[in-house]
Design a protein. Structure first.
Length: 285
């Protein structure tokens, strides 16, 4: 998508639904918005069928609004709860098979670079912990080994939420979920460590408790992936259904988990740091 495809022919805009006009005129397409702008325009993602109070849905909403150039972004996802929301957003979405997100994103990114030289086209994979740490694991790893320039965002609810509660590689040891009644017997996979070993240029772990931090993290991840190399963001996005968290307690849970075991982590290569400093200086100039 390009910005001009959002702007319908002059004279026709007034016939478009109010929400559409609002999103084009005030939304993040072609302009830089801040987290505090949220709520002042029709959002990129407004309605979705995810569960009431789902932290994942909240994180997805923040992440989509934080994309630096949504008009030049393609999202890649797969089976799992997250795609229920991502596919409803005003951003092109490719639904990969369960396992092949990072292969699809590789082809897409390379193809877009050839088709649109001189224009950054951002590709962002967003999928669950099952999709990325289990069934799609090898594709994630190989995209990192190959230094593919796109962002991978894991929606880590520490369970297979969409299929009713099987343990995933990211479920914690000992955790009892519906379809792991004896408790998980193995440790949570250290995806941050694997990302570091694979040479990922920017790695972050966070919870959705701090919207400004979600904004800046997603922006950095997408920008660094343009020029430097693969980037990885891992977000705690609790499943209130499988972990029996009341919708009104979801953010309390996220704050508690953040304090106890899911604190903010940010790891950046020197090259990534230098790149951010350079574009920052350029934008100030
Ligand atoms: C190859 C393949 N295996 C299994 C499935 C069934 N399936 C759909 S969603 C899902 C689990 C999703 O879990 P996760 O990726 O952690 O996302 P969540 O729903 O928890 O957000 C599974 C196993 C599938 N669609 N394709
Ligand atoms: S099952 Fe869990 S992760 Fe999926 S939408 Fe519901 S609360 Fe969110």
């Amino acid at each position: 998508m390009a910005l001009r495809t959002l702007n319908v022919a002059p004279g026709f805009m007034r016939f478009m639904p109010k929400e559409y006009q609002d999103l084009v005129e005030k939304g993040p397409f072609g302009r830089q918005i801040k987290v505090t702008d949220l709520g002042t325009f029709k959002e990129v993602l407004e309605e979705h069928p995810m569960c009431e109070g789902c932290a994942m849905a909240f994180f997805i909403r923040l992440s989509l609004a934080a994309l630096p150039n949504p008009e030049h972004t393609v999202m890649v996802g797969t089976a799992g709860c997250g795609r229920l929301a991502i596919s409803q957003a005003a951003i092109p979405f490719v639904y990969g098979n369960y396992c092949d997100t990072n292969g699809v994103a590789t082809g897409l990114k390379r193809g877009l670079q050839i088709r649109f030289p001189g224009q950054h086209k951002d590709v962002v994979v967003m999928a669950g912990d099952g999709g990325l740490s289990d069934i799609g694991f090898s594709q994630v790893m190989h995209s990192w080994f190959r230094k593919e320039k796109f962002t991978t965002i894991m929606l880590d609810n520490e369970v297979y939420g969409n299929t009713g509660g099987q343990e995933s590689g990211m479920t914690r040891k000992g955790e009892v979920v519906k379809m792991a009644p004896l408790g998980k017997q193995f440790e949570k996979i250290d995806m941050l460590g694997l990302a570091q070993t694979s040479g990922v240029a920017y790695i972050a772990r966070l919870t959705p408790t701090n919207p400004s931090r979600v904004f800046s993290t997603i922006r950095k991840a997408v920008l660094i992936a343009r020029e430097v190399g693969p980037t990885y963001v891992q977000a705690y996005t609790s499943c209130n259904i499988e972990y029996s968290i009341a919708p009104e307690k979801v953010l309390d849970d996220a704050r508690q988990v953040e304090k106890e075991r899911y604190g903010f982590v940010e790891i950046m290569s020197d090259e990534a740091k230098a790149y951010l400093e350079r574009i920052d200086a350029e934008s100030k100039a």
